[in-house]
Ligand binder design. Sequence first.
Ligand SMILES: Cc1cc2nc3c(=O)[nH]c(=O)nc-3n(C[C@H](O)[C@H](O)[C@H](O)COP(=O)(O)OP(=O)(O)OC[C@H]3O[C@@H](n4cnc5c(N)ncnc54)[C@H](O)[C@@H]3O)c2cc1C
Length: 296
Amino acid sequence: MDFLRPAGWEEALAAKAEHPTAVPIAGGTDVMVEINSDRRRPEYLMDLNRVGDLLEWEVGEDSVRLGASVPYTRIMENLRAELPGLALASHTVASPQIRNRGGVGGNLGTASPAGDAHPVLLAAGAEVEVESVRGKRLIPIDAFYTGVKRNALEPDELIRAVRVKKADGPQQFSKVGTRNAMVIAVCAFGLALHPGSRTVRTGIGSAAPTPIRATAAEEFLNAALDEGGFWDNGKIITPAVAKQFAVLCSAACDPIDDVRGTAGYRRHAVGVLARRTLTWTWESYRGARHTTEGAA
Ligand SMILES: Cc1cc2nc3c(=O)[nH]c(=O)nc-3n(C[C@H](O)[C@H](O)[C@H](O)COP(=O)(O)OP(=O)(O)OC[C@H]3O[C@@H](n4cnc5c(N)ncnc54)[C@H](O)[C@@H]3O)c2cc1C
């Protein structure tokens, strides 16, 4: 196995163009597991750790450009206000050691349906910035996951960053595992309220071949919130609406039975997480409204 060590981004792109089968390694918390267990034996391994740009983030007026290799720990420490959903999801990834190494670029590269970043990136409506020597493109997160552990990257492309809009409302992430920490999700759910556009977006993990959104559930809830004037009156969401939202989120799943859980359990649990995260985010939204009104 040959080891490529580009000193910068342009050099990394040139190396990937020359060796499209080269496997990039960032934190190595997925790649090294595969190599150590002999599930992968790439001809070239391309170390991205000397590419400093990938470890940086920029907070713009409306969005955050998060370098692909920024570790989860940095997201938790520095971007909690801007990206609350992603910060919550980062907290649930593995252990402090893994969170100090692993990042969102690696999660996207692996594209496991169980990766914790995916539900919140879907709910936030993120874009993946990818580049090759041929140029740069932005892939909407909804189009990024193409199959089980497959993504929309071309062989000569690398992930440069993820662009995520700064939260304009409450966001939540919740995960079911077989224990409380160091656990791959049995299923997971991300929810983001977008009061600016008066919409709600979802993300479901580990309950379908790819991470998915529950679009019918979103459409139902968006219509119910609109018709009831909920965004303006800030009323409690009725149990019937929350229940139907949960039913539609469960129905969006296409899970399998595996060692971590049955398909039936996953469907059920996604519904529970959907109802809970809706209650939590809506209560935050109502609380923020009261605070704003009280201050006025
Ligand atoms: C003990 C343990 C527990 C874990 N628990 C969790 C968990 O709870 N939740 C969870 O989501 N994950 C978990 N993981 C998996 C892993 O930590 C995450 O997927 C992490 O985000 C991977 O990031 P990384 O930087 O280490 O990726 P790497 O291992 O370096 O790379 C992962 C994949 O992405 C590709 N890649 C990396 N960077 C780029 C780039 N810039 N452009 C293109 N491709 C790129 C690599 O080629 C590879 O295919 C766990 C892993 C271990 C070992």
